[in-house]
Design a protein around this ligand. Structure first.
Ligand code: NDP
Length: 300
């Protein structure tokens, strides 16, 4: 059997960002102010700082305004909610991203609920979660959809074309990744099963999958004999392992080298799903700006 085709998320995301940038430029041609993305980081978690910096940099590269709000770790929930209230009212801000995780003394559910659903470019407000949960098969995604799951479904559609009728197994049931991925695959007419830490015979379940999406956060957990020959495998996991020289090596949730021998398509880590997350955030911000201006939805 030949090796799997690598799904090159880095390359796909680069092309997608160009299309989003063209959408941003088209707004200017219609006299609409450039989209604005506000990022909010509470505390100084190094990984979160990297993510927030990359989001601001990408926004600037594709012609959006970026408003960076850094708050100290001891910020109270009331202070954070007050900032969100101001951003909700600010006409220059079309998208609000509050970087998770928040410090333990802040209730993230209160924070997500406070964001104007129209500016919720992460797609985590209960109203947007409900929209995705109740979407009809094939209906347009004309509301903010969580970025990583949207990226997974775009990569799959690009690699496979129609997903209709395929058996999909999603391993992981988080509200951030697993559940919204499953909703998007249902919308695409897959037959979807979600596996999690209490699933029995998870390996046998995975072997039934034409499409296998793994989002658990366990390094190289899924082995090649869990994969149906020819399946499309999307590895969402990002795990940092010591690389021996004081540096960290990134690996996914799938044992990549051995999976390459069995899968039909496979995303690498890094360079698979990761780059799509930020690109989809830009896409959601563009769409939020279009909706705020009363323009019709257009897929990019
Ligand atoms: P969570 O920790 O929130 O959820 C993990 C899920 O995996 C849970 O549903 C859990 O099951 C399940 N799980 C854990 N262990 C097992 C096991 N042994 N067998 C089966 N299921 C298991 O993680 P996230 O969903 O937030 O993230 C998952 C991974 O994706 C992480 O590595 C994260 O870093 C990565 N990620 C990558 C992104 C990207 O841009 N590429 C973006 C977001 C996340 P249960 O519910 O039963 O506990």
């Amino acid at each position: 059997m030949t090796d799997a085709r690598i799904i090159d998320g880095k390359e796909f995301a680069a092309g997608f960002r160009v299309r989003v940038a063209a959408g941003v430029a088209a707004l200017a041609a219609e006299g609409i102010a450039r989209p604005g993305l506000a990022t909010v980081l509470v505390g100084a978690d190094p990984a979160s700082e990297v993510y927030v910096r990359s989001k601001g940099k990408t926004a600037a590269e594709i012609g959006m305004a970026s408003f960076d709000h850094r708050l100290p770790a001891e910020t109270t929930e009331a202070q954070l909610l007050e900032l969100i209230g101001r951003l909700n009212k600010d006409a220059d801000v079309n998208g609000i991203l509050v970087q998770m995780p928040l410090p333990a003394h802040i209730d993230s559910a209160h924070v997500l609920m406070a964001i104007d659903p129209a500016k919720d470019v992460d797609g985590f407000h209960p109203m947007n979660v409900g929209r995705l949960g109740s979407i009809a098969a094939g209906a347009p995604l004309d509301f903010p959809v969580p970025c990583t799951p949207l990226g997974c479904s775009m990569l799959l559609t690009d690699a496979l074309g129609s997903l209709s009728g395929k058996n999909a197994v999603v391993v992981g049931r988080s509200t951030l990744v697993g559940r919204p991925v499953a909703q998007l695959l249902l919308r695409a007419d897959c037959t979807v099963t979600i596996g999690h830490s209490r699933t029995r015979d998870l390996d046998a379940l995975c072997r039934t999958a034409d499409i296998l999406v793994v989002a658990i956060g366990k390094p190289e957990f899924v082995k090649s004999d869990w994969i149906k020959p020819g399946a499309a495998v999307i590895d969402v996991g990002i795990n940092r392992l010591p690389a021996g020289d004081g540096k960290a090596k990134l690996v996914g949730d799938v044992a990549f080298a051995e999976a390459m021998k069995v899968a039909g398509h496979l995303t690498p880590v890094p360079g698979g799903v990761g780059p799509m997350t930020v690109a989809c955030l830009m896409y959601n911000t563009l769409q939020a700006t279009r909706r705020a201006a009363g323009l019709p939805f257009v897929a990019v």
